[in-house]
Design a protein around this ligand. Structure first.
Ligand SMILES: *Cc1c(COP(=O)(O)O)cnc(C)c1O
Length: 418
């Protein structure tokens, strides 16, 4: 084999090749590559969860002004301290404490580069040789990708579509063993659009306590709820089981590009410190980079001054688009939605492949839909759910209507002849 590379000794970490294939980004890239460039219609992006390009999902001027003021003040041009500047940590502690039965201290808060880095940190901390972690199926594939690259074993527990996508706790019980270290709960749920009840969250906390494992609560969609169940933070059960809460301003403030997130220890009994988890989190953060200082500088203003009117406008728009999505799905015979979405920006839809001709699975469905109708939807396979689809409704209402018209036409065109 003579291809001109034999003189180089460079080798790459092959574990990364395996992981990029299972990320949402990797899958979406493939779909976008399949778009028909000659289609004059705009692409309808129902695949990813970034509504910020749509004018109806613009962030509040309060947040924009806070950033400008932070930059202009010239107070935030230095490197930040490792865990974040104190006023930002304090503001986040106060903000989250409003929903908790105890008060968080700024020392419980670690600033991260979006919720993504918070996930990265906690998985790195828990990735001991032989350890395993329990992840929801369906869930958020970044967990799987990151765990694979850390050689942290993943065990999937099911969310039950017949029971509002609640955690199958018998399944959790059966999966856990002495090497299980934590369970991840995403609430409000991506990809199912669920909002868990107080009772269900409490039962999860009790199960985790019984198993002796931590709860990692991914609450990046905190307060993005528009159904009957209010948002209850997992940290409310921090006295039952230590909870590591992960979050960011990305989704509630519609600014995922600002990259400001947090990892918060909700553990009024101080168990995490005794277990060495705190020390390990600090060690991990000392080896990585931090969110930009001026974004940190703007945080107190953003959290304290953003008005209820901004939040309720976002919620009202999401309610309209979520219910539109739910109603349009009912008009299309080959897809069904087991649960009306109540939160986050996504819904899971079951594909009845037996009603379609010349389409064999969810991936082929999404590839052909991209090519023929310029609509991007995430195939369930990317989430371990073959022949399901994940649809985001956090788009402009007219784009959503347009997208569903095209999906309907597509499904009619490919329907099996009776
Ligand atoms: C979007 C998302 C994240 C990442 O949040 P960032 O703040 O943009 O890094 C993490 N978890 C879930 C479930 C998400 O949907």
């Amino acid at each position: 084999m003579e291809n001109g590379t034999e003189r180089w000794r460079v080798r790459v970490n092959e574990r990364l090749n395996a992981t990029s294939a299972i990320t949402v980004r990797g899958t979406l890239k493939k779909l976008i590559g399949n778009l028909n460039k000659d289609d004059p219609r705009p692409t309808v992006p129902l695949g990813h969860g970034d509504p910020s390009p749509f004018p109806c999902f613009r962030t509040t001027p309060v947040a924009e002004d806070a950033i400008i003021d932070a930059v202009r003040s010239a107070k935030f041009n230095s490197y930040p301290p490792t865990f974040g500047i104190l006023p930002a940590r304090r503001a986040i502690a106060d903000y989250l404490s409003c929903d908790l039965p105890y008060v968080l201290s700024p020392d419980d808060v670690y600033l991260t580069i979006g919720c993504i880095q918070a996930i990265d940190v906690i998985l790195t901390v828990l990735a001991c040789p032989g350890a395993n972690i329990l992840l929801p199926r369906p869930g958020f594939p970044f967990y799987e990708a990151r765990a694979a690259s850390l050689q942290l074993e993943v065990r999937h527990f099911d969310l039950n579509p017949e029971k509002g996508w609640e955690v199958d706790l018998e399944n959790v019980d059966a999966l856990a063993d002495e090497n299980t270290t934590a369970i991840v709960i995403i609430n409000p749920g991506n990809p199912c659009g669920t909002v868990y009840t107080h009772q269900h969250l409490k039962t999860i906390a009790e199960t985790a306590r019984k198993l002796g494992i931590l709860v990692i609560a991914d609450e990046v969609y905190h307060h993005l709820t528009f159904g009957t169940n209010p948002f209850v933070p997992m940290g409310a059960f921090g006295s039952i089981v230590p909870v590591i809460t992960l979050g960011s301003i990305s989704k509630r403030w519609l600014v995922p590009g600002w990259r400001l997130g947090w990892l918060v220890t909700c553990d009024p009994n101080g168990i995490l410190r005794k277990l060495g988890v705190i020390e390990s989190i600090m060690g991990c953060l000392e080896m990585t980079s931090d969110p930009p200082t001026f974004i940190q500088g703007a945080i107190p203003h953003i959290l304290e001054k953003s008005g209820e009117d901004f939040f309720s406008k976002t919620i009202d728009t999401l309610r309209v688009t979520a219910y539109t999505c739910y109603d349009r799905i009912k008009e299309i015979s080959c897809i069904t939605c087991p649960n009306k979405p109540e939160g986050s920006m996504f819904v899971m839809v079951k594909l009845n492949i037996s009603l379609l001709e010349d389409i064999n699975d969810d991936v082929e469905f999404c590839l052909k839909l991209a090519k023929e109708e310029s609509v991007i939807i995430l195939p369930g396979a990317a989430l371990g759910m073959k022949n399901w689809l994940r649809i985001t409704f956090a788009v402009d209402p007219s784009a959503l209507e347009d997208g569903f018209e095209r999906i309907k036409t597509f499904c009619q065109r490919h329907a099996k002849k009776q």
